[in-house]
Design a protein around this ligand. Structure first.
Ligand code: GLA
Length: 408
């Protein structure tokens, strides 16, 4: 009798513990996610045809081979909810439906992402998931969706952590592994609570395709590359494998200069932000493809150590950013924020490589590291010599420091 009672207590405890034990799908973003999203270039103008062509282009451009995997449909794919409250895809834009589209994307070895919102409506005024979370998660699982970007419009009265937890639980119950990408713009400091909720969280409002401008929309603003970078101050300690600071989708190929695109891409790579291209993959210049598929720069972002870069020093608009890498390598990015070129001199004897977060330290003036310029692929000597270089305006020099010459 006593044993029965004890068993009963244990069982009841286990049952009541079930909801608390649910969790996100671990391990889907051990390194930051790589993919594409429709919003930056196409806004609400999404269609099944365009998504299929984008998947084709991701393969034919070499992006898939460089590591890109997710093809993500942002806002405005929605039709109405049916009489039972289940969401449907817009029939004109997606005549064959989401399941067929997911099958097509999967047939290319890629994954399909979708977008919803924790509130009553999405930012584009389409049906939000509020009150329909479990239905929506089930629908996405039935369609074969692999990634959910979850926005924060029309959420008056809601608390962010609870709202995002509800969708995490719903996805879990639906049973299909889905990378959960939080998009609440950093308003409620998601870095303090979202580690076990999702795989990445936006840290800022929306990006604008410019290097250092602010675009004022009246009730809200969008931000150029350097503004987004500056808003990351203090956040690196919150990010790591499976939980990343998301600096928003890329604007490479969307109108900035080649130098600016290169700097933008390098910054996002160094900061371990998800690399989600936001341009038209079907019409890319050679330069855009070269930037998006630079495997050496992508390797910094995908480095298994998973430690975000820190700003080591800066003066006269020239900044040195440092990122410790696996196996004792380091990356150094020299960012020139000025419009005009700057000559730089680096004496490695006085250049400290010391990351308190990972506890890694090196003395490059004493220990010889080989230097490789990751944008032209050239070896540039070693750290026992003083480095002299010129960094064009709004551009970067990105170096990998390795104990042995590395070719990737
Ligand atoms: C918000 C998000 C954007 C995009 C739009 C869609 O502004 O931050 O990234 O998803 O909504 O309406």
């Amino acid at each position: 009798m006593k044993t029965m009672l004890y068993l009963g207590v244990v069982l009841a405890g286990a049952l009541s513990a079930t909801p608390a034990a649910a969790q996100k799908f671990d391990g889907l973003a051990k390194t930051p996610q790589l993919g594409w999203n429709s919003w930056n270039k196409f806004g609400c103008n999404v269609s099944e045809q365009m998504i299929r062509e984008t998947a084709d282009a991701m393969v034919s451009s070499g992006m898939q081979a460089a590591g890109y995997q997710y093809v993500n449909i942002d806002d405005c794919w929605h039709g109405d909810r049916d009489e039972r409250g289940f969401i449907t895809a817009n029939q004109e834009r997606f005549p064959y439906g989401m399941k067929a589209l997911a099958d097509y994307v999967h047939s290319k070895g890629l994954k399909l992402g979708i977008y919803s919102d924790a509130g009553w409506k999405t930012c584009g005024g389409r049906p939000g998931s509020r009150g329909h979370e479990y239905q929506d998660a089930l629908t996405y699982a039935q369609w074969g969706i692999d990634y959910l970007k979850y926005d924060w419009c029309e959420t008056n009265g809601l608390k962010a952590e609870g709202a995002y937890l509800t969708m995490r639980e719903a996805l879990r119950k639906a049973g299909r592994p889905v990378l959960f990408s939080l998009c609440e713009w950093g308003d409620n400091q998601p870095w303090t609570w979202a580690k076990d909720v999702g795989h990445s969280w936006r840290t800022t409002g929306d990006i604008h395709p410019c290097f250092d401008c602010i675009e004022d929309h009246g009730t809200w603003k969008s931000w150029g590359v350097t503004y987004i970078l500056d808003k990351q101050d203090g956040l690196r300690k919150f990010a790591g494998p499976d939980h990343w600071n998301d600096m928003d989708m890329l604007e490479v190929g969307n109108g900035m200069s080649e130098s600016e695109d290169r700097a933008h891409f390098s910054i996002w790579a160094m900061m371990n932000s998800p690399l989600i291209a936001g341009n038209d993959l079907r019409n890319m210049s050679k330069q855009t493809i070269a930037i998006l598929t630079n495997k050496s720069v992508i390797a910094l972002n995908q480095d298994p150590l998973g430690v975000q870069a820190y700003r080591q020093s800066g003066a006269d608009g020239v900044e040195y950013w440092v990122k410790p890498l696996a196996e004792g390598d380091w990356a150094v990015m020299v960012l020139n924020r000025n419009k005009t070129a700057r000559a730089i001199t680096v004496d490695w004897k006085t250049f400290t490589l010391q990351d308190d977060l990972s506890g890694t330290v090196a003395a490059p003036g004493v220990t010889r590291f080989e230097l490789r310029n990751l944008w032209n692929g050239q070896f540039s000597g070693n750290t026992l010599k003083v480095l002299q270089a010129t960094v064009p305006g709004h551009d970067v020099l990105v170096l990998r420091l390795s104990r042995k010459p590395r070719f990737t």
